[in-house]
Design a binder for this molecule. Sequence first.
Ligand SMILES: *Cc1c(COP(=O)(O)O)cnc(C)c1O
Length: 384
Amino acid sequence: MHDSTKILRSTLTRAVAGEPLHPSPVFAAPFHTPGDPNESPFTYGRMSNPTWIALEQIIGQMESGVFADGHANAGKSYRAKALVFASGMAACASVFGAVLKPGDVVVLPANCYFAARALMQEYFVKMGVVVRLAPTADNAQGECLEGAKLLWIESPSNPLMEVCDITALCERAHKAGALVAVDNTSSTPLGLRALALGADFAVASDTKSMSGHSDIILGHVAVRDLELRQQVEQWRTLMGGILGPMEAWLALRSIETLPLRLERSSFNAQRIAEYLTTRTDVVHKVLYAGLPTHPGHAIAARQMHYFGAILSFTLADRAAAEAFLAKAKLITEATSFGGTCTCAERRARWGGDDVPEGFIRLSTGLEHIDDLLADIGQALDSLG
Ligand SMILES: *Cc1c(COP(=O)(O)O)cnc(C)c1O
């Protein structure tokens, strides 16, 4: 069965006469808990909630699969467990918090998601964790693993779209005694199954493509190992960074259309990236792993099922980037990515990322490609 079909079928409740087809939200702080609390499936809403469980089962199924070629257990299947969080950052923090002690070394991508790097540097480093930074491209993180406790990977990285070989890096990290976490936000488990490539943790902000409607904030961590699951869950219960049932339910609804959304947005991104490479008159550089000219294309094609909604390109300077965004009527200026409507922003306006002033990150939505290409074309023409 194809993943898209499996995802859809997994959103259904059991066929009990008179019950709704899909789970509804359950709002509760305490649950009825007579006698021995171990006999009650739910006791208190910070520990567990039926709507999270429904979401965690679906995400757990999406993260489960068969180990990929190149992995020592290639061809064998495994089962994943997912835990949902109040945000992608709460999910990242749970892995940092569950794994790292003072003196431990963590290897981060040099252009890793800005807030994850800031959390590490502003808090964990002050508590004695040692950070090593290395680029995502050329598997450069593999050179810094000696004595490391945790390797953190993002591929393609955001917003520079660098790619690394996750299977090869996991093997090197495990040989060095390190655990591996992949921040898989941009791909979702439908686009890239990090646990099948050998990662110990698949972490994501499900705020982006996974829920995909630009209206909720949430995240998840998936693992194969039950002890790691228990550590991450304990962190969540004690920190209290939990998801509300309403958000969990909205995510359940949203995931039903993930296969359709990822297919359409990846198709649109590929066509736009291809078009931008023909506009050498005004576009300096186009970064998208789906382009055969991208240095990471062969690896990305092997480990990804969809190349995803995000692409980046560089215009002459700040003025050109601002003029482009003002002229493009079908591109909404906003941060974030993975929503139903095409969005873009001039990335350097935030500081923090090492990108040129004219660098634009674009997230394709679900519009008709002909309309997007016509609009982008006229906006680029206006720069001439
Ligand atoms: C957005 C994002 C996060 C943080 O997620 P929130 O849901 O905003 O907390 C983490 N990693 C990546 C790659 C992201 O894009």
